[in-house]
Structures are given as C-alpha cells and as structure tokens.
Write a protein that binds this ligand. Structure first.
Ligand code: NAD
Ligand code: DAU
Length: 339
C-alpha cells in the first residue's frame, strides 16, 4: 500500500513508519514543529519506500499537492499532543487538531483516498471512575483543552463517515512510552533527569492513574486496524495495567538504581484527570491484538534506550535537533532541502 502519514516525525508516527516501511510505501507529511524530529527517522531515511514532505495539515493546497490520487490510506497522527501546553494556550490545539483533521478529511475525500485511519486518545473519555474502563459505550467527557480538541476531531471523522460514506477508522490509545519520546512527557523526562541525578517533578499527590502501553505494541495494533479494521469502527488499545504515577516512578528509580529522594512534589496540573484506563477487548475480539510487552520489561528497555542515547536527549533539550539538515548535509544542501 501507499500510506500518507501525517506527523510521522513525532514519537508514535516515527515508530509506525519504522514498522510499516518494509511492507508499505510511506509519504511522511510533517510540519516539523518542536515535536517533529527527523533524527527519529534515521533508520528509514534512505529506504526506497520512504519520502518526506514538509507541510502543514491545515494547508489544504499543500496537502492536495502532496497526497497522491487513489492513495491507499491516510494515517493521521499530526497533532499538538502535550496537555500542559494546551493549558497554557489552546489556540494551536484547535488549529492543528480540529481544523487540521477537517482539512485532511476533505482533501482525502477529494483525492479518493481509500481509507482514513485517525489516531485518537483515551483522553476523550475524560476522568474515569475508580473502576471505569473506556470503551465504545463510554460517554465522551474530555476535560483538558487538548482532550477537547481531540474529541472535536473524532466528531469530524464520524461526521465524514455518516455524511460522505468516508471509509474511516478511529483508534483510541492510552499513554504510550518507549524510545524517541520528546523529553517533556513524564517518562522520558523522569528517565533523563534521574540519569543526571536531577529532581523529578511529581504533579500533586502523584496518585493519578495512567494505563501505559509500549509504543511498539500500539503501532502493531495500528497496522492491524489499518489492514483489517472495519470501516466506521473505533478500536481501543491499552496496556492492561493502569498504575499510579508514583508507583511508575518508584519502579523506574529501582531499575535505574537511583534514590526515591529525587521525587519532588510540585504544583498539580490544572484540572488534572485522576484516572485513565482502556478496555481493549474490542480490538482483541475482532483483530486478535493484545499488548505483548509487559510494563516492567518495556520500562527497563526504555530506560536503557535513554541511557544509551543521552546525546539525542541533549540535542532535544538544546534545540539542536531542529538543525538536522545542516548537520547531515551542510548549509547549502540544507537550504535547498528546506525549500
Ligand atoms: P508528537 O507530539 O510526538 O508528534 C506530533 C507530530 O505531528 C510531530 O512530528 C509534529 O511535527 C507533527 N505536527 C504537528 N502539527 C502539525 C501540522 N500542523 N501539520 C503537520 N504536522 C504537524 O505526538 P505523539 O505523541 O507521537 O502523538 C501522535 C498522535 O497520537 C497524536 O494525534 C496524539 O494525539 C495521539 N496520541 C498520543 C498518545 C501518547 O501517549 N503520546 C496517546 C494516545 C494518542
Ligand atoms: O492518555 C493518552 C495521552 O497521554 C495522550 O493523548 C497525550 O498526547 C500524551 O501526552 C499523554 O498525556 P498525559 O498528560 O497523560 O501524559 P504526560 O506524560 O504529560 O503525563 C503523564 C502523567 O504524569 C500525568 O498524570 C501528569 C504526570 N506528570 C507529567 C509530567 C510531564 C507529572 O507528574 N510530572 C511531570 O513532569
């Protein structure tokens, strides 16, 4: 298949491309915001199946130019993804996550794309009750500006299915973790700080529950949904093991052999959801998928990856990763590539 992947230079999109590239042609359409890092795609950059187009999902003309007619699928990852940033300002979240999704749906329809895979989140269900699990029967109750924008995007996808008969599939995933995650999110931040013996910020009482899934398990599911999912359906993926943040961080410090005194309580996130948990029985029943990487095994491997890639983290933190072309090809070619 030819896949038009948006946001493929981000954390999950780059893992998806690394998995997909052996079987599919991939056009990666990415604006390269602060969250887009071409280093994440070093492993596929020279692959004959891979190409990159720099562009904005809100720019219909740019998308139409890059998207081949009768393309097999759009895989729509591109989004502003960090909850804390959405609390500081929601504007870019509405633009990219809502308008960007509507533009992608419209252009995909005009270009006769065969399937639209929309990447959503468990946060559309909002704060879960202590024994609640998100599934297709759950009400949509987003609580953060980020979650509100992702919920609006889902509504546009369902509207396209209903109104235009678009062959679209939605996936809702819990908290992903693994290599190449930008070090603003909890686990890469905590690992990188712990390695350098720096304090780890714990929001509020640290008892907020998240359902961690390894990014490789998530992307395996995304490929299955893409290839075998039912048109119009919504599938759920989770790690099956919701844990409070403090338990996660204590396990991490044990793995890294660092003291718990690094854990430092800081002011809580505004409107912080207490619990997310995903019931993925629909995806298991229909597609035979379930997570294969246990949390402890995945956390160990992830900690090892960040320990072995301190230079990647350093370049993320310094902003150097944004000069990818200059470093790879020199000033002259970099200017040509950017154009
Ligand atoms: P990320 O922030 O790491 O990457 C986002 C990517 O989108 C970047 O490459 C960025 O350059 C690109 N992008 C942003 N705005 C764009 C625009 N206007 N046009 C084109 N490209 C643009 O995100 P992630 O963590 O990999 O998440 C990917 C998707 O999965 C998002 O839709 C997110 O909502 C969803 N999701 C993430 C998680 C998680 O735990 N990270 C869980 C569930 C769902
Ligand atoms: O649930 C899926 C969502 O998971 C995705 O849709 C989002 O794109 C992704 O960013 C993630 O959202 P969270 O807000 O859950 O992830 P984050 O890593 O920011 O925070 C995880 C938990 O850790 C959350 O309860 C807040 C807390 N936290 C976070 C940071 C950055 C801290 O205690 N300290 C921190 O420094």
């Amino acid at each position: 298949m030819t896949l038009f992947v948006t946001g493929g230079a981000g954390f999950i999109g780059s893992e998806f491309i690394r998995q997909a590239i052996a079987r599919h042609r991939v056009i990666n359409f990415d604006k390269l915001t602060y969250a887009g890092n071409l280093e994440n795609l070093d492993a596929v950059a020279a692959h004959p199946n891979y190409s990159l187009v720099t562009g904005d999902v809100c720019d219909a003309a740019a998308v139409a130019e890059a998207l081949p007619e009768n393309c097999d699928a759009v895989v729509h990852f591109a989004a502003e993804s960090h909850v804390d940033r959405s609390i500081l300002s929601a504007e870019e979240f509405v633009r990219t996550n809502v308008v960007g999704t509507q533009v992608m749906l419209d252009v995909a329809r005009h270009r006769k794309v065969k399937r639209f895979l929309h990447i959503s989140t468990d946060e559309v269900g909002g704060d879960m009750d202590p024994d609640g699990w998100l599934n297709n029967a759950s009400p949509l109750r987003p609580s953060s500006p980020y979650a509100a924008s992702k919920t609006a995007a889902e509504h546009f996808v369902r509207a396209a299915v209903h109104t235009f008969g678009t062959d679209a599939v939605i996936t809702r995933t819990s908290n992903n973790y693994g290599p190449y995650q930008f070090p603003e999110k909890l686990l890469p931040l905590a690992i990188s700080n712990a390695v350098e013996n720096r304090p780890i910020p714990v929001y509020g009482d640290g008892m907020q529950v998240r359902d961690w899934i390894h990014v490789a398990d998530n992307c395996r599911a995304l490929l299955m949904v893409l290839e075998k999912g039912r048109a119009g359906a919504t599938y759920h993926m989770g790690g099956g093991n919701p844990l409070p943040n403090l338990a996660v961080l204590k396990l991490l410090l044990k793995i890294l052999d660092r003291p718990e005194s690094l854990l430092t309580s800081v002011t809580d996130r505004l409107g912080h959801d207490r619990r997310y948990a995903v019931d993925f029985s629909d995806t298991t029943a229909e597609l035979g998928w379930k997570p294969e990487i246990s949390f402890e095994e995945g956390l160990r491997a992830t900690a090892e990856w960040y320990r072995g890639n301190v230079e990647w983290v350093r370049r993320c933190r310094s902003g150097e990763y944004r000069n990818y072309y200059e470093r790879m090809y020199g000033e002259r070619e970099a200017t040509a590539k950017k154009i």
